[in-house]
Design a protein around this ligand. Structure first.
Ligand SMILES: Nc1ncnc2c1ncn2[C@@H]1O[C@H](COP(=O)(O)OP(=O)(O)OP(=O)(O)O)[C@@H](O)[C@H]1O
Length: 268
């Protein structure tokens, strides 16, 4: 049997999935203040993992450890280990720019560059040397915009500014920009919080499509959103990872009373 067939059969049978990122005993300090307490979490390949919990519990801090975005915050220290496949992403030999291409990020507020739609998408592939000429760049731009569900809406205005798009379109442009450098993992920090319900529904649909090609970790304040888009949910509280499990189980039959309290709206 071919390796791909084995993998498909394993997925269908619900057998153990490949762990794409593995966090072990991750701690984060902002100066003296500890924001995360020994978090251990497996992120499975081709799944959407949702991080939920009350404000300030450390969801975004944990998300940022996965592509070393905390490195740029002064006074922030990270302990423990995080593996991408089998590689320690905090190893001194790691090129952080390459890491962030492999583990891309989409932020809360859409943040296209003040450039054309085309250049927003072409920028990453160009600086990473993934394209050699105009033809290849055109192909990457088109493919990325198609995957982000934006191509049909923008194909006749590629050279207009990205900031002239609607909020939902800008967020899909940011997703296209992340996809263009061929990432393995996409981190999303409340990607719909600035969007209306229709734009949110489009992004949620897109997230579901994207997981066949990528591994996704999403921070969300919306439990409905976590339930709709994710296969696994991790509940954080006061810097602890309280529990992680299949999304259906977390929302219907959580093990911990703090999770129960949060999902039933008793706090948070
Ligand atoms: N740059 C920073 N400097 C100092 N403390 C920070 C910084 N960023 C976050 N913190 C603190 O770390 C803790 C976790 O914050 P974090 O933003 O990760 O939580 P969160 O669960 O994502 O919250 P929210 O849902 O409100 O975005 C909080 O106590 C917060 O005040």
């Amino acid at each position: 049997m071919l390796a791909t067939e084995t993998k498909t059969a394993a997925a269908v049978n619900g057998a153990a999935k490949h762990v794409k990122m593995k966090a072990s005993d991750v701690e984060v300090y902002y100066s003296e203040k500890r924001a995360l307490n020994k978090i251990s979490l497996d992120v499975r390949e081709h799944e959407v993992t949702a991080l939920i919990g009350p404000s300030g519990c450390g969801k975004s801090t944990f998300l940022r450890t996965l592509n070393r975005m905390n490195d740029v915050i002064e006074g922030c220290r990270v302990g423990g280990t995080i593996l991408l496949d089998k590689q320690d992403i905090y190893d001194p030999s790691i090129d952080v720019v390459q890491l962030r291409a492999r583990v891309g990020m989409v932020f809360q507020k859409p943040n296209p560059f003040p450039k054309s739609i085309y250049d927003n998408v072409a920028y990453g592939p160009r600086i990473h040397g993934l394209v050699r000429n105009r033809e290849e760049t055109d192909a990457v731009v088109q493919r990325s915009l198609e995957r982000a569900g934006l191509w049909k809406e923008v194909k006749d205005r590629l050279h207009e500014g990205g900031t002239g798009l609607s909020g939902g379109q800008q967020q899909r442009l940011c997703i296209a920009r992340a996809i263009a450098v061929d990432p393995e993992v996409i981190l999303m920090d409340e990607p719909c919080s600035a969007l209306d319900p229709i734009a949110t529904a489009k992004i949620e649909e897109l997230i579901d499509e994207l997981r066949s090609n990528y591994t996704i970790v999403i921070v969300t304040h919306s439990m409905q959103q976590a339930a709709r888009v994710s296969q696994r949910t991790a509940f954080f509280h006061l810097g602890d990872l309280v529990e992680v499990g299949d999304t259906a189980q977390i929302f219907t039959n959580p093990n911990d009373e703090r999770t129960q309290g949060y999902i039933t709206g008793r706090f948070g």
